[in-house]
Design a protein around this ligand. Structure first.
Ligand code: KG4
Ligand code: ZN
Length: 360
């Protein structure tokens, strides 16, 4: 039996400052300070503001996580930190904080790939065994991965331009809804008519499970502009109908491409895998329900972590660090922060990039 491990996780790669304590598969504490209010007036995340806010909040976050877990540094086995990919100033803040703590306490330092944190979350929450198929869908990334081990990921498809979360955020801006766009578009869509605007389903007419979302943003812009030209502005019903039409288009694409990703998986491996989702857009109810129905139809187990472990958090970083430690791996004070860090080292880089750069 492997010995019990208690890991402190630190996350600061985008606009959430987070610290968490994980013991094996138990989340003892997970503290997240969002920065939404700090960036609100700029309509998007401002890297310098994010980095400074992380630097100010990290110590406090770590203290609070240890206190909520009811432990001290002496009870920890290691410190895991997001070392990329992400906004470099934020990643550096976290890495420097973790290095300081490691130097002061003598605890091993473990650098974690943020995307691996998302991709391993179904093992933390549902003890999923390798291999499984994963849809990682977030503000900066969107890819289908076969997870074969804590450091073994095969990308079988992904977005060739924007990530869906980015498209949700842009749509919210175009419609005058608050950031982050995902939750506000989802809320507006509840009272909307998804059939009112005919939006494209990009790349559905092409084989494979690559996706494209930039055309959808342009289509929403055109639809909005034609309503504004006709009526002189948007009513809340227009906002709801545009949101519902947009969400339906994204959902249709993700569901159909997931069906193809399951086919592609079966072409490579004989056994039907569990299908898991993670990343901020996995918090969307329409997307979840669509995938639940697809997996029921295909008699495939579906795993969706709770919403607070789908969006950025440090529990997933602590858990990914725990798997590295179990494999006998760790880093030292030479650990560097990486703005880009693809999970699948063999896959060719995808074209284009998300709002936070070509994260994957
Ligand atoms: O994983 P995450 O917290 O950060 C990274 O991008 O790594 O994902 C944030 C993204 C944002 O674009 C946000 O708008 C989107 O996830 N999101 C949602 C929902 N909640 C968050 N998108 C659609 N529906 C939601 N309920
Ligand atoms: Zn993320």
């Amino acid at each position: 039996m492997t010995r019990s491990l208690t890991i402190l996780g630190i996350e600061s790669s985008c606009d959430d400052t987070a610290a968490a304590v994980v013991r094996d598969c138990d989340v003892l504490a997970s503290v997240v300070y969002g920065q939404t209010a700090l960036h609100a007036e700029f309509g998007g995340v401002v890297p310098e503001i994010a980095a400074r806010a992380h630097a100010e909040k990290l110590d406090h976050c770590v203290e609070q996580a240890l206190e909520e877990a009811g432990i001290t540094f002496a009870d920890l086995d290691a410190i895991a930190v997001t070392a990329g990919p992400g906004l470099i100033g934020g990643v550096l803040s976290g890495v420097m904080c973790a290095k300081g703590l490691s130097a002061a306490t003598g605890l091993p330092l473990i650098g974690v790939n943020h995307l691996a944190g998302h991709a391993l979350t179904p093992r933390l929450t549902d003890q999923l065994t390798y291999p499984y198929l994963m849809l990682l869908v977030s503000g900066g990334h969107c890819q289908f991965l076969i997870a074969g081990g804590h450091d073994s990921f095969q990308r079988i498809g992904g977005t060739i331009d924007d990530a869906p979360g980015e498209a949700f955020d842009k749509t919210a801006r175009l419609l005058g809804l608050p950031q982050p766009g995902g939750p506000s578009v989802e809320k507006a869509a509840k009272t909307g008519d998804a059939r009112r605007f005919k939006l494209p389903r990009p790349l559905l007419n092409q084989p494979g499970c690559d996706m494209s979302f930039s055309g959808l943003k342009t289509a929403i812009l055109r639809a909005r502009d034609s309503v504004v030209a006709e009526q002189g502005g948007l009513t809340s019903q227009d906002q709801a109908d545009l949101s519902a039409s947009f969400q339906a288009a994204i959902t249709d694409v993700l569901i159909e491409k997931s069906r193809r990703a399951l086919d592609a998986y079966l072409a490579l491996n004989p056994e039907r895998p569990a299908f898991a989702i993670a990343g901020g857009v996995a918090a969307n109810t329409a997307v979840r329900e669509g995938l639940i129905a697809l997996c029921a139809e295909l008699e495939t187990d579906f795993v969706a972590p709770p919403l607070n472990l789908c969006t950025d958090n440090a529990a997933m970083i602590a858990y990914a660090g725990l798997e590295r430690m179990q494999a006998g791996e760790h880093d030292d004070l030479t650990l560097s922060a990486r703005p880009r860090w693809p999970l699948d080292k063999r896959a060719a880089p995808m074209l284009g990039s998300g709002k936070k750069g070509a994260k994957a």
